[in-house]
Design a protein around this ligand. Structure first.
Ligand code: GAP
Length: 467
């Protein structure tokens, strides 16, 4: 029987990530840097697959979407216009007077449901247990930097805290160059930076992370119904995406964020809360940003950012629905869903395998010669390996798999090793291959094996991986 072990799941995932080269602690040889993480050879493959699939679904396959890639450091006025330099993008922070640990005031209960600060004597510091606090104060989450060789107020800039703003800032450029008509969307994938007060839970909340964001521009609504229909459409799209990457929707709640908790720009926000092992937490967000951003950028830049309807000649600021997806939170939720233990396994310990969607796995297949000391087997296995990697084709960018090669140890251990990193299919070249040109293809999830003719192998795997 295959069991999902919820207890200790996070520890097991963190350990597997490090052991197999998915995620390493950042700057490890210098003792690390708190809450920073580096992605190793397998981690970067999984991350790239997530981003590639997202781009495919939301840009390549659609006529109403265009992509862009904006700068990380923008003119500081952008952040004034967007409201990020104000209280809207600050967290209330509170400090323990004894141990000087800092916390978000709302996380400890110093803020009531209406967002008001409440003074309380009875809350102890989670670090040292003392009940002696400073007054809560606003802390802006943007990272500051300086442009040029001197550190002056006049050349101060920020690292972007969301990818969204580059899309608003380029609204006119994109409109002029693509001639898109409403409704249409822009998509962007890139790094964002926030000086979070309480990062943690592995890669869940970090100070440097990647976002995949869409700004979907719609007509100026005449009634709430007009924007609600687009909003509901993007609720459905977000859910479809979650299913595509293997998230069990039973573990996701669409939480309507109440007025007092919504970001300053939003008239409606739904947070998609996923049941992580450490609690139900935001995986993705969906917000109706109204015309807040374009209107403000017009005000601050003095440039006309209105859309002109070609038929009626009417000019207006389009309204915006914004689905926002975190790459690292996708990565973590995918691993939480995929981690499986099979205690009925035969190699002593439980068989651990990642039941990743085959198209997301770091390797789609692994190729093994049954015995590493039989040159004929190795040569044939190399031939199969090269053909799956499209080594001998000039069109190798298309239709090639990520394929692993392993000839170490016994075959059972090689299977287990690939299972643990989520490789969906292992192809073994044995003595029968030399006789009848067939190979064994073993399925990660069932451990069942079938024999497939070498000339049919690529089509066989393609169908399995992509259907
Ligand atoms: N442009 C809207 C925006 O940035 P957000 O809810 O602040 O909205 C969107 O962020 C998504 O970015 C979140 O749902 C989450 O997936 C990801 N995210 C936000 N802060 C993060 C952090 N500190 N670490 C990792 N991911 C984060």
């Amino acid at each position: 029987m295959v069991k999902k072990q919820e207890s200790g799941l996070m520890e097991k995932i963190v350990s597997l990530c490090k052991r197999r080269g998915f995620v390493f602690a950042g700057s490890e040889i210098y003792g690390g840097l708190a809450n920073s993480w580096d992605y190793g050879p397998l981690g970067v493959e999984l991350k790239n697959s997530i981003k590639k699939l997202w781009w495919q679904k939301f840009v390549v396959e659609r006529d109403d979407m265009v992509g862009m890639d904006g700068a990380v450091i923008l003119n500081p006025k952008v952040w004034e216009a967007s409201g990020h330099t104000g209280a809207g993008f600050a967290d209330l922070m509170i400090e323990c007077k004894k141990c000087h640990s800092r916390f978000r005031a709302d996380h400890l209960g110093f803020v009531d449901e209406k967002g008001n600060i409440v003074s309380r004597e009875d809350i102890s510091c989670p670090e040292c247990g003392k009940e002696d606090w400073t007054e809560p104060k606003q802390f802006n989450l943007m990272f500051k930097t300086n442009i040029g060789p001197t550190e002056e107020k006049t050349n101060m800039a920020y690292l972007r805290p969301e990818t969204a703003q580059a899309m608003f800032v380029n609204f006119k450029n994109i409109l002029d160059t693509t001639r898109k008509t409403l409704p249409f969307g822009m998509a962007q994938i890139g790094k964002a930076f926030r000086n979070e007060i309480t990062p943690g839970n592995f890669i869940f909340r970090t100070r440097e992370f990647e976002q995949m964001e869409i700004e979907y521009f719609i007509e100026e609504p005449n009634s709430d119904k007009d924007w609600q229909k687009h909003f509901e459409y993007w609720v459905k799209q977000t859910k479809d995406w979650m299913e595509l990457i293997g998230i069990n929707l039973k573990k996701v709640d669409a939480f309507e964020v109440p007025d007092n908790e919504r970001a300053h720009y939003s008239k409606r926000t739904v947070d998609f809360m996923y049941e992580f092992p450490f609690g139900k937490k935001e995986l993705y967000g969906l917000a109706y940003r109204t015309d807040f951003d374009l209107k403000n950028h017009e005000k601050f830049s003095g440039q006309n950012l209105k859309y002109k309807d070609q038929e009626t000649g009417k000019e207006f600021w389009p309204h915006v629905i914004e689905p926002s997806f975190g790459v690292e939170r996708s990565f973590l939720a995918i691993l939480c869903e995929a981690y499986q233990e099979d205690p009925s396994a035969t190699l002593g310990a439980s068989r651990v395998y990642l039941k990743l969607k085959p198209y997301l796995a770091p390797y789609q297949a692994a190729v093994f010669p049954l015995l590493a000391n039989k040159p004929q087997l190795v040569a044939k296995a190399r031939e199969v390996y090269d053909s799956l990697k499209n080594r001998n084709s000039s069109f190798s960018i298309h239709n090639s798999f990520n394929v692993a090669w392993d000839e170490r140890g016994n075959i059972g251990k090689r299977y287990y090793s690939q299972d643990e990193i989520g490789t969906p299919y292992c192809v073994t070249i044995d003595f029968d291959t030399l006789e009848n040109n067939t190979v064994t293809v073993r399925d990660r999830d069932t451990a069942k094996q079938v024999r497939v003719l070498v000339p049919e192998l690529k089509d066989f795997l393609t169908k399995k991986i992509y259907s």
